[in-house]
Design a binder for this molecule. Structure first.
Ligand SMILES: [Zn+2]
Length: 287
């Protein structure tokens, strides 16, 4: 605190004692029918896989109704995930709203939401082998929607050095390769990520974003059900397990695997596919 901090008012304790209210209680949101997904996932067959090399990224496509997994295969490794509507890149994963609707970290039963004006679930998390982790004594959890992604711009700002294999650059290269253009032509499509397998929280004293070694081990996976046709990109972060550093070639890094599965579609018969928001978009102007 600065020495210029003004004195607290006489009723400071009373003001601080106001009770917190959860902004978006789970009971107010439409809930996915996890029993349907559970029956579907028991019928699914792997149809494709993509290996993401360390300090690199790969794009992948998943059709509505398919499942996909991000799998740890050789050692503890964090992944930075971007998702777009495969038919319209302007609809993409909205990390901030997902955080507001669910929590700082997401897990099975939570959904990843898309940007406005669409604002709909684009995936539902159908399984997570790290769900046992919960919240640790530092207040950290797994799979955060807090961090944005490591990037060369912040790196240059903070260290004064250039580094080309941050997740932002990796994702830009992967999307550019998929769309057959140069990275600089598509980097504006890269957005705040789901930090897959990353273990993070806020320090209790200063509330700063911190990371600690990911508890992920080979064989662990997080699994998603695609609610729309998706184009995805996954970066194997240069921070490796993100125990100490990122944005450099120092950390031990491992590949990640993306596996795509097709279920027996008859098991999804009662699924309600999410439509774009029905808000009229007049924003207060006359109809
Ligand atoms: Zn990264």
């Amino acid at each position: 605190m600065s020495s210029k901090t003004p004195p607290a008012p006489a009723d400071a304790a009373l003001r601080r004692a106001a009770k917190p209210t959860v902004v978006y209680p789970a009971s107010t949101m439409p809930r996915p029918d996890m029993a349907v997904l559970e029956s579907a996932r028991h019928t699914m067959v792997k149809i494709h896989e993509v290996v993401v090399p360390p300090r690199n990224a790969r794009a992948f496509r998943v059709s509505r109704g398919q499942f996909f997994r991000i799998v740890s295969i050789e050692g503890p490794q964090v992944g930075d995930l971007n998702l777009w509507n495969a038919d319209d890149l302007s609809e993409r994963f909205f990390s901030g709203k997902t955080r507001a609707l669910h929590a700082t970290h997401v897990g099975a039963g939570d959904r990843l939401w898309s940007t406005m004006p669409y604002l709909r679930p684009i995936v539902t998390i159908s399984h997570d082998t790290l769900s046992w982790y919960g919240w640790d004594s530092d207040g950290a959890g797994i799979h955060d929607v807090i961090g944005t992604r490591c990037d060369p711009y912040t790196n240059l700002l903070s260290s004064g050095t250039g580094y080309d294999f941050c997740c932002h650059s990796n994702l830009s290269r992967a999307l550019a390769a998929e769309l057959k253009v140069e990275p600089c032509a598509v980097e504006h499509h890269i957005h705040d990520v789901l930090n897959v397998f990353m273990c993070t929280g806020f320090t209790k004293d200063t509330h700063q974003y911190f990371m600690k070694a990911s508890p992920v081990r080979p064989g662990d996976f997080i699994e998603f059900f695609a609610e729309i046709n998706l184009l995805g990109a996954l970066s194997a972060c240069p921070g490796g397990d993100c125990s100490a550093t990122h944005s450099s070639d120092v950390a031990a890094c491992y590949p990640l695997k993306i596996e795509i599965f097709e279920p027996d579609r008859t098991t999804l018969g009662t699924w309600t596919w999410p439509l774009p928001s029905e808000y009229h978009r007049r924003h207060g102007t006359p109809a």
